[in-house]
Ligand binder design. Structure first.
Ligand code: NDP
Ligand code: 8X3
Length: 250
Protein backbone atom coordinates (compact mmCIF):
# COMPACT_ATOMS: atom_id res chain seq x y z
CA UNK A 1 0.00 0.00 0.00
CA UNK A 2 1.22 3.52 -0.74
CA UNK A 3 2.62 5.17 2.36
CA UNK A 4 2.10 8.78 3.39
CA UNK A 5 4.92 10.88 4.84
CA UNK A 6 4.65 14.22 6.58
CA UNK A 7 7.82 16.30 6.31
CA UNK A 8 8.31 19.48 8.33
CA UNK A 9 10.65 22.12 6.93
CA UNK A 10 9.93 20.96 3.39
CA UNK A 11 10.45 24.38 1.78
CA UNK A 12 14.24 24.23 1.78
CA UNK A 13 17.40 22.19 2.22
CA UNK A 14 17.14 18.69 3.69
CA UNK A 15 13.34 18.69 3.91
CA UNK A 16 12.85 19.76 0.31
CA UNK A 17 15.41 17.23 -0.96
CA UNK A 18 13.64 14.51 1.05
CA UNK A 19 10.32 15.48 -0.52
CA UNK A 20 11.90 15.08 -3.97
CA UNK A 21 13.44 11.72 -3.04
CA UNK A 22 10.19 10.37 -1.60
CA UNK A 23 8.19 11.61 -4.61
CA UNK A 24 10.48 9.68 -6.96
CA UNK A 25 9.35 6.53 -5.15
CA UNK A 26 5.65 7.43 -5.19
CA UNK A 27 5.32 8.12 -1.45
CA UNK A 28 2.34 10.41 -0.75
CA UNK A 29 3.50 13.69 0.73
CA UNK A 30 2.30 16.19 3.28
CA UNK A 31 4.74 19.07 3.00
CA UNK A 32 4.95 21.66 5.77
CA UNK A 33 6.55 25.06 6.13
CA UNK A 34 5.76 28.74 6.56
CA UNK A 35 6.59 29.98 3.05
CA UNK A 36 3.44 29.19 1.09
CA UNK A 37 4.83 30.26 -2.29
CA UNK A 38 7.60 27.70 -1.92
CA UNK A 39 5.15 25.02 -0.85
CA UNK A 40 3.12 25.80 -3.97
CA UNK A 41 6.16 25.54 -6.24
CA UNK A 42 7.24 22.21 -4.73
CA UNK A 43 3.70 20.86 -4.86
CA UNK A 44 3.47 21.80 -8.52
CA UNK A 45 6.76 20.06 -9.32
CA UNK A 46 6.10 16.88 -7.35
CA UNK A 47 2.41 16.40 -8.15
CA UNK A 48 3.52 14.84 -11.43
CA UNK A 49 5.06 11.99 -9.42
CA UNK A 50 2.81 11.56 -6.39
CA UNK A 51 -0.11 12.99 -4.40
CA UNK A 52 0.92 16.10 -2.50
CA UNK A 53 -0.82 18.16 0.18
CA UNK A 54 0.70 21.24 1.75
CA UNK A 55 0.26 22.60 5.27
CA UNK A 56 1.35 26.09 6.23
CA UNK A 57 2.13 26.49 9.93
CA UNK A 58 4.78 27.74 12.29
CA UNK A 59 5.88 24.86 14.51
CA UNK A 60 6.20 27.32 17.41
CA UNK A 61 2.44 27.85 17.51
CA UNK A 62 0.97 24.72 19.09
CA UNK A 63 -2.65 25.53 18.30
CA UNK A 64 -1.81 26.09 14.63
CA UNK A 65 0.13 22.82 14.57
CA UNK A 66 -2.83 20.85 15.96
CA UNK A 67 -5.38 22.66 13.76
CA UNK A 68 -3.32 22.10 10.61
CA UNK A 69 -2.89 18.39 11.19
CA UNK A 70 -6.56 17.99 12.16
CA UNK A 71 -7.53 19.77 8.92
CA UNK A 72 -5.96 17.12 6.66
CA UNK A 73 -8.40 15.69 4.14
CA UNK A 74 -9.51 12.08 4.58
CA UNK A 75 -7.08 10.70 1.98
CA UNK A 76 -4.10 12.29 3.79
CA UNK A 77 -5.17 11.67 7.38
CA UNK A 78 -3.19 8.48 7.90
CA UNK A 79 0.46 9.44 8.38
CA UNK A 80 2.81 6.46 8.18
CA UNK A 81 6.11 8.34 8.30
CA UNK A 82 6.90 11.53 10.18
CA UNK A 83 10.10 13.39 9.32
CA UNK A 84 10.69 15.99 12.04
CA UNK A 85 13.11 18.20 10.14
CA UNK A 86 12.04 21.84 10.64
CA UNK A 87 14.70 23.74 12.51
CA UNK A 88 17.63 26.08 12.31
CA UNK A 89 20.45 27.67 14.24
CA UNK A 90 19.94 31.33 15.10
CA UNK A 91 23.18 33.20 15.76
CA UNK A 92 26.67 32.01 16.70
CA UNK A 93 27.58 33.76 19.92
CA UNK A 94 29.27 32.99 23.21
CA UNK A 95 26.89 32.45 26.08
CA UNK A 96 27.78 35.78 27.71
CA UNK A 97 26.63 37.82 24.71
CA UNK A 98 24.07 35.50 23.15
CA UNK A 99 20.74 36.99 22.10
CA UNK A 100 17.76 35.77 24.10
CA UNK A 101 15.52 36.00 21.04
CA UNK A 102 17.86 33.58 19.27
CA UNK A 103 17.77 31.20 22.24
CA UNK A 104 13.98 31.31 22.27
CA UNK A 105 13.82 30.63 18.53
CA UNK A 106 16.11 27.58 18.76
CA UNK A 107 14.39 26.05 21.76
CA UNK A 108 10.88 26.87 20.53
CA UNK A 109 11.42 25.59 16.99
CA UNK A 110 13.99 22.79 17.26
CA UNK A 111 12.73 21.28 20.51
CA UNK A 112 9.18 22.37 21.36
CA UNK A 113 8.05 22.54 17.72
CA UNK A 114 9.25 18.98 17.16
CA UNK A 115 7.32 17.91 20.25
CA UNK A 116 4.10 19.65 19.16
CA UNK A 117 4.14 18.04 15.70
CA UNK A 118 4.91 14.65 17.23
CA UNK A 119 2.13 15.01 19.80
CA UNK A 120 -0.36 15.75 17.02
CA UNK A 121 0.59 12.63 15.07
CA UNK A 122 1.70 9.93 17.54
CA UNK A 123 -1.83 9.02 18.77
CA UNK A 124 -2.87 7.76 15.33
CA UNK A 125 0.34 5.68 15.18
CA UNK A 126 -0.18 4.14 18.61
CA UNK A 127 -3.78 3.39 17.67
CA UNK A 128 -2.71 1.60 14.48
CA UNK A 129 0.33 0.11 16.20
CA UNK A 130 2.55 1.11 13.30
CA UNK A 131 4.52 4.06 12.00
CA UNK A 132 7.99 5.52 11.75
CA UNK A 133 9.41 8.75 13.12
CA UNK A 134 12.73 10.18 12.00
CA UNK A 135 14.04 13.19 13.88
CA UNK A 136 16.72 15.26 12.20
CA UNK A 137 19.27 15.86 14.92
CA UNK A 138 22.81 17.01 14.18
CA UNK A 139 26.44 16.36 14.93
CA UNK A 140 25.72 19.32 17.24
CA UNK A 141 23.59 16.89 19.26
CA UNK A 142 26.65 14.77 19.94
CA UNK A 143 29.25 17.42 20.75
CA UNK A 144 29.34 21.07 21.74
CA UNK A 145 31.34 23.65 19.81
CA UNK A 146 32.36 27.21 20.73
CA UNK A 147 29.57 29.81 20.47
CA UNK A 148 27.08 27.12 19.56
CA UNK A 149 26.05 26.06 23.05
CA UNK A 150 22.36 26.78 22.76
CA UNK A 151 21.96 25.30 19.26
CA UNK A 152 23.93 22.26 20.46
CA UNK A 153 21.67 22.05 23.52
CA UNK A 154 18.61 22.06 21.28
CA UNK A 155 20.03 19.20 19.22
CA UNK A 156 21.13 17.26 22.32
CA UNK A 157 17.49 17.60 23.38
CA UNK A 158 16.36 16.21 20.02
CA UNK A 159 18.51 13.14 20.64
CA UNK A 160 17.16 12.70 24.18
CA UNK A 161 13.60 13.05 22.89
CA UNK A 162 14.35 10.51 20.15
CA UNK A 163 15.56 7.98 22.71
CA UNK A 164 12.58 8.65 24.93
CA UNK A 165 10.18 8.25 22.03
CA UNK A 166 11.83 4.99 20.99
CA UNK A 167 11.43 3.60 24.51
CA UNK A 168 7.83 4.75 25.02
CA UNK A 169 6.67 3.75 21.54
CA UNK A 170 8.44 0.39 21.60
CA UNK A 171 5.33 -1.51 22.83
CA UNK A 172 3.43 -0.19 19.80
CA UNK A 173 5.94 -1.38 17.19
CA UNK A 174 6.68 2.17 16.06
CA UNK A 175 10.16 2.79 14.67
CA UNK A 176 11.94 5.88 16.00
CA UNK A 177 15.37 7.09 14.98
CA UNK A 178 17.59 10.13 14.54
CA UNK A 179 19.73 11.09 11.58
CA UNK A 180 22.49 13.47 12.58
CA UNK A 181 24.28 15.31 9.81
CA UNK A 182 27.40 17.42 10.04
CA UNK A 183 27.81 20.35 7.65
CA UNK A 184 25.15 20.33 4.92
CA UNK A 185 25.05 23.06 2.28
CA UNK A 186 21.53 24.46 2.65
CA UNK A 187 20.03 27.78 3.72
CA UNK A 188 21.03 26.87 7.28
CA UNK A 189 23.94 29.35 7.46
CA UNK A 190 21.95 32.14 5.79
CA UNK A 191 19.42 31.75 8.58
CA UNK A 192 22.05 31.39 11.32
CA UNK A 193 23.91 34.54 10.20
CA UNK A 194 20.72 36.46 9.30
CA UNK A 195 21.78 37.22 5.74
CA UNK A 196 25.34 38.30 6.66
CA UNK A 197 27.92 37.54 3.94
CA UNK A 198 29.83 35.33 6.40
CA UNK A 199 27.32 32.61 5.50
CA UNK A 200 28.88 32.41 2.02
CA UNK A 201 32.16 31.14 3.51
CA UNK A 202 30.81 28.28 5.62
CA UNK A 203 30.81 25.74 2.79
CA UNK A 204 33.85 27.08 0.87
CA UNK A 205 37.15 25.20 0.44
CA UNK A 206 35.74 21.68 0.81
CA UNK A 207 32.88 19.55 -0.43
CA UNK A 208 30.15 19.76 2.19
CA UNK A 209 27.30 17.29 2.40
CA UNK A 210 24.47 18.15 0.02
CA UNK A 211 20.82 17.98 1.09
CA UNK A 212 20.34 15.14 -1.40
CA UNK A 213 22.95 13.07 0.49
CA UNK A 214 20.80 13.25 3.62
CA UNK A 215 17.57 12.67 1.69
CA UNK A 216 19.10 9.50 0.29
CA UNK A 217 19.92 8.28 3.82
CA UNK A 218 16.44 9.15 5.08
CA UNK A 219 14.95 7.14 2.20
CA UNK A 220 17.28 4.25 3.12
CA UNK A 221 16.04 4.43 6.73
CA UNK A 222 12.37 4.28 5.75
CA UNK A 223 12.85 1.37 3.37
CA UNK A 224 14.49 -1.11 5.75
CA UNK A 225 12.64 -4.35 6.43
CA UNK A 226 10.01 -4.28 9.19
CA UNK A 227 12.42 -5.72 11.79
CA UNK A 228 15.20 -3.17 11.11
CA UNK A 229 15.27 0.30 12.68
CA UNK A 230 18.04 2.84 12.04
CA UNK A 231 18.13 4.22 15.57
CA UNK A 232 20.91 6.81 15.41
CA UNK A 233 23.15 7.77 12.53
CA UNK A 234 25.97 10.35 12.42
CA UNK A 235 26.94 11.55 8.93
CA UNK A 236 29.88 13.80 8.04
CA UNK A 237 31.29 14.84 4.69
CA UNK A 238 34.72 13.31 4.17
CA UNK A 239 36.43 16.63 4.89
CA UNK A 240 34.84 16.87 8.34
CA UNK A 241 36.16 14.95 11.34
CA UNK A 242 34.25 16.73 14.11
CA UNK A 243 32.27 19.91 14.62
CA UNK A 244 35.48 21.96 14.70
CA UNK A 245 37.83 19.98 12.44
CA UNK A 246 37.24 20.47 8.73
CA UNK A 247 40.00 19.97 6.17
CA UNK A 248 39.82 22.94 3.80
CA UNK A 249 41.82 23.68 0.65
CA UNK A 250 43.19 27.22 0.73
P1 NDP B 1 17.14 25.22 5.86
O1 NDP B 1 17.26 26.57 6.45
O2 NDP B 1 17.52 25.06 4.43
O3 NDP B 1 15.67 24.64 6.08
C1 NDP B 1 15.01 24.80 7.31
C2 NDP B 1 13.56 24.41 7.13
O4 NDP B 1 12.91 24.50 8.41
C3 NDP B 1 12.82 25.29 6.16
O5 NDP B 1 12.01 24.51 5.32
C4 NDP B 1 11.95 26.17 7.07
O6 NDP B 1 10.73 26.46 6.41
C5 NDP B 1 11.70 25.25 8.26
N1 NDP B 1 11.43 26.02 9.46
C6 NDP B 1 12.28 26.83 10.14
N2 NDP B 1 11.66 27.43 11.15
C7 NDP B 1 10.37 27.00 11.13
C8 NDP B 1 9.22 27.28 11.91
N3 NDP B 1 9.26 28.15 12.95
N4 NDP B 1 8.06 26.66 11.60
C9 NDP B 1 8.00 25.81 10.57
N5 NDP B 1 9.05 25.49 9.78
C10 NDP B 1 10.22 26.09 10.06
O7 NDP B 1 18.06 24.27 6.77
P2 NDP B 1 18.39 22.70 6.70
O8 NDP B 1 17.69 22.02 5.62
O9 NDP B 1 19.86 22.59 6.79
O10 NDP B 1 17.82 22.26 8.12
C11 NDP B 1 16.89 21.22 8.30
C12 NDP B 1 17.19 20.50 9.61
O11 NDP B 1 18.49 19.92 9.53
C13 NDP B 1 17.21 21.42 10.83
O12 NDP B 1 16.60 20.74 11.90
C14 NDP B 1 18.71 21.60 11.10
O13 NDP B 1 18.97 21.89 12.44
C15 NDP B 1 19.21 20.25 10.69
N6 NDP B 1 20.63 20.15 10.38
C16 NDP B 1 21.19 20.96 9.43
C17 NDP B 1 22.55 20.84 9.15
C18 NDP B 1 23.24 21.73 8.17
O14 NDP B 1 24.49 21.83 8.24
N7 NDP B 1 22.56 22.35 7.23
C19 NDP B 1 23.37 19.84 9.82
C20 NDP B 1 22.68 19.08 10.82
C21 NDP B 1 21.35 19.23 11.07
P3 NDP B 1 9.97 27.88 6.41
O15 NDP B 1 11.02 28.94 6.60
O16 NDP B 1 9.26 27.94 5.09
O17 NDP B 1 9.03 27.76 7.56
C1 8X3 C 1 24.26 21.91 11.75
C2 8X3 C 1 25.70 21.54 11.70
O1 8X3 C 1 28.00 22.11 12.65
O2 8X3 C 1 26.63 23.96 11.91
O3 8X3 C 1 23.57 21.20 12.72
O4 8X3 C 1 26.08 22.78 13.93
S1 8X3 C 1 26.63 22.66 12.59
Amino acid sequence: MTKTALITGATSGIGRATAHEFAKHGIKLILCGRRQERLDTIEQALSKQTDVFTLNFDVRNKQTVFDAIASLPENFKQIDILINNAGNAHGLDPIQTGDIEDWDAMMDINVKGLLYVSKAIIPQMTQRQSGQIINIGSSAGKEVYPKGGVYCASKHAVLAITEGMRIDLNPFGIKVGAINPGLVETEFSQVRFKGDAIADHVYKGYKALQPEDIADIIYFAITRPAHVNIADLLVFCTAQASSTIVKKEL
